[in-house]
Design a protein around this ligand. Sequence first.
Ligand SMILES: [Zn+2]
Ligand SMILES: [Zn+2]
Ligand SMILES: [Zn+2]
Length: 276
Amino acid sequence: MPPSSELVFRRTIKHIVGNPLSYPKTPNELAKVKITKITFIPACHIGYSLHEDFSTRVGVIHSIHIDKGQILISGIDGKLIDKHLLKLVVPSSLSEEWLPPKDDVSPYNFKIGYLEAKKIGIKYIQELHTRTVSYYGANRVRYTKTCVPRVSNIFIKSLIQVYLPILTVNCEIVSRRHQLTMCGNKHEIEVLESNAGVCEICGKRLSRKRLLCNSCGKVVCAPSFLGHSYFCEICGKTICKECTYWTRKYLLFKKKVCENCADKLEAKGKKVKKYI
Ligand SMILES: [Zn+2]
Ligand SMILES: [Zn+2]
Ligand SMILES: [Zn+2]
């Protein structure tokens, strides 16, 4: 089952803006989040166990003991699906009765049946647990050996066909638009694709300290010496460099202000300029 729009809203804002300096409005008040598309991707969830000891004349050189292994493969082309999505396939999120509520939902059909999925799955499991190990022989010479699990040791415990909800989400923050692709269930969301995480002015990866411009909606680096974001020196609004105006303060200093405050100063006859 797909996540609720509430969860999508929270996750989207957390992903795009994080926990920024934002004044007078909070990110929640500025952002508009909309789920534009939900696609249900067929996948096979395979649960397995694998136990094997690999030995040579010097003894056991490698062992595998897995009781609750799991993989996901695409139900369309049989490709292995990113293991991060595995945690989304949990009993509490599986429902046999549930049907998509609207027509903006597009499900695909399975092209791979149970038997084929099992066959492909075993091949992946074998590859996944193949290791090349090195060991010393009785003659103190170092050897390497590639340990490939035997198919007969791979036990498929369960094979379930599931639909993974893939969501396309639009997020508008003032004048900025973001698009994200995510996959999620009722409780958790994994972001698959987005352009977020970098400063919208300098392009550098954002640290935890960031600022949400309340004039244009850009997420940028937090204010610093020689930085590119500020607090309006009149009303305290958080603004990026591109939305900043300035007026003379004493003889040498520039007073940085937001657009609203700049308008008010101009109305009073003060000289105000755009900062960049
Ligand atoms: Zn920056
Ligand atoms: Zn701005
Ligand atoms: Zn202001």
